[in-house]
Write a protein that binds this ligand. Structure first.
Ligand code: ADP
Length: 485
């Protein structure tokens, strides 16, 4: 991997704007999923390191929160500019450690950076309120203040964006951060830290502790008194654990957990538009996104036409190493991920699903899976209840609106849902009936810095993006002024 800005390939722990070894002096390898080759060894943080990071973040909080929003905004805008200036290097780093195609990596960096830009603007508008008083001798107002040190834990599927979506609003609000990135993709996180330092973000505002011991670091972040907030993106299982642990210090939490997104194609849909939208939702990042289509419901009257057009489009998708410019589907992240896809496929085929295309590993290597379609799926199959997290389209059929709403809502998850119809009345009714935090109507890609991202049910709570997103990092204080008469 040849970077123009060699400073962006870092491998140590980032505390107080310094690159430091781990206290244990241990390292772990970060590998390229496309080739299996080692990229670099990264310092393996432990208890002593995260405690140091929390200490640095606590000290920096006193300084950072006293800066005016305009000052914070200026520094964050510089950081945004540097990220965009270094986008080619960052994209190469992202593709090399995560596997997604370069074009998608660039898209992710632009998307991630847009949160930094948005919150650099939004932090100047964190208004309190004047509340009309019911008594003449008192006046009521509210003010919003940064909550304090934030512990952030992020996954590997969007190694830049999932971090930016947390750090940007936290930093903008005046909080300081200790981040634990995924052990599979720590390099983008460290590159972002280098650029934050270059932009002049003060020491201690952002601290990053890569580790292979997520459990131990997570325990400290969730139980430490100085950490006032946890923001987590990952599995529902880990989210539940972090919630339990956070109870000991009654910490505020934002949880963006698993999904099981339905895509519903009604009989009045524009089929070509539905094919395009479903394809984008399903196969982005080789199906490794928490908002990607997990169950595709087709009205039986249009299923033949949809499957024919969809299959033709899926067969065109080019599988390959993400650094090859032609590639549309890269490798899955690791052997556990591909084994899970194989397990779900085996179960579905055993229970009556029909293989339309794909259904096996690609000859390119261990972690490559063919873009796949199966139909005749039903709710008894494991993939109906679990995230596939791979390039597999599972097709179900339905005959009425009531039936499909019930099928779509029949899950513990409630992150994103999509449907395609040309009837405005149906669009309203279905959007209201679906128990999901985000709904794409005639659209498969719906996430923007300006819009609130977040789930319902066991997909978690809290919003990332939009003006709602900054509320996750502030406390609202009520002030009552008395003695007025
Ligand atoms: P996924 O299945 O998407 O990898 P995980 O919940 O396992 O979801 O991982 C998401 C993030 O949570 C990663 O950074 C991972 O290291 C971290 N993580 C996993 N287990 C724990 C834990 N017990 N405590 C804290 N963080 C954890």
């Amino acid at each position: 991997m040849k970077l123009s800005n060699t400073q962006l390939l870092q491998h140590l722990i980032f505390i107080d704007n310094k690159w430091v070894d781990s206290a244990s002096n241990k390292f772990f390898d970060v590998n390229d999923p496309a080739t299996g080759e080692k990229i670099i060894s990264v310092a393996d943080g432990g208890e002593a390191d995260v405690l140091k990071a929390i200490e640095a973040a606590s000290a920096a909080f006193e300084i950072w929160k006293s800066k005016t929003p305009k000052e914070r905004s200026g520094l964050m805008k510089k950081w945004f500019t540097l990220i965009i200036e270094n986008i080619d290097d960052l994209a190469l780093l992202l593709t090399t450690e995560q596997g997604k195609p370069l074009a998608e990596a660039k898209g992710e960096i632009q998307y991630g950076a847009s949160f930094i830009e948005w919150y650099a603007e939004e932090c100047r508008r964190v208004y309190g309120e004047v509340i009309p008083s019911p008594v003449n001798d008192r006046r009521f107002i509210t003010i919003k203040q940064p909550i304090g040190v934030v512990g952030a834990i992020t996954p590997w599927n969007f190694p830049v964006a999932m971090i930016a979506r947390k750090i940007a609003p936290a930093m903008a609000a005046g909080c300081t951060i200790v981040l634990k990135p995924s052990e599979f993709t720590p390099l983008c996180a460290l590159a972002l830290a280098q650029l934050a330092m270059d932009a002049g973000i003060p020491a201690g505002v952002l601290n990053i502790v890569p580790t292979t011991d997520a459990k131990a670091i997570g325990k400290i972040l969730t139980t430490h008194d100085a950490v006032k907030k946890i923001s987590f993106t990952g599995s529902t299982q880990t989210g539940r654990l972090l919630m339990q642990q956070s109870a000991s210090t009654v910490k505020k939490l934002s949880l963006e957990l698993g999904g099981n997104a339905p895509v519903i194609i009604f009989e009045d849909a524009d089929i070509d538009g539905a094919v395009k939208g479903t394809l984008a939702s399903k196969y982005r990042n080789a199906g490794q996104t928490c908002v990607c289509a997990n169950r595709i419901f087709l009205h039986s009257s249009i299923s033949g036409e949809f499957i024919e057009k969809y299959t033709a489009a899926v067969k065109q998708l080019k599988v390959g190493n993400g650094t090859d410019h032609q590639t549309q589907i890269g490798p899955l992240i690791n052997s556990k991920a591909i084994e899970k896809v194989e397990k779900l496929m085996k179960d579905a085929l055993h229970k009556g699903a029909r293989l339309v295309t794909g259904g096996k590993r690609n000859a390119l290597g261990e972690l490559f899976y063919e873009p796949t379609i199966i139909d005749n799926c039903n709710s008894g199959m494991q993939l109906s209840n679990e995230e596939i997290f791979g390039p597999v389209s599972a097709i179900f059929q339905f005959n009425s609106d009531e039936e499909v709403v019930e099928m779509a809502n029949n899950t513990i998850y409630g992150l994103a849902a999509y449907f395609f119809t040309s009837h405005v009345n149906r669009a309203w009714k279905i959007a209201e009936a679906l128990e999901y935090g985000m709904i794409g109507i005639n659209e498969g890609i719906i996430s923007f810095a300006e819009a609130p991202f977040g789930g319902l049910k066991q997909s978690g709570y809290g919003k990332e993006g939009s003006f709602y997103g900054i509320d996750e990092y502030v406390v609202t204080k009520y002030l009552c002024f008395g003695g007025m008469s």
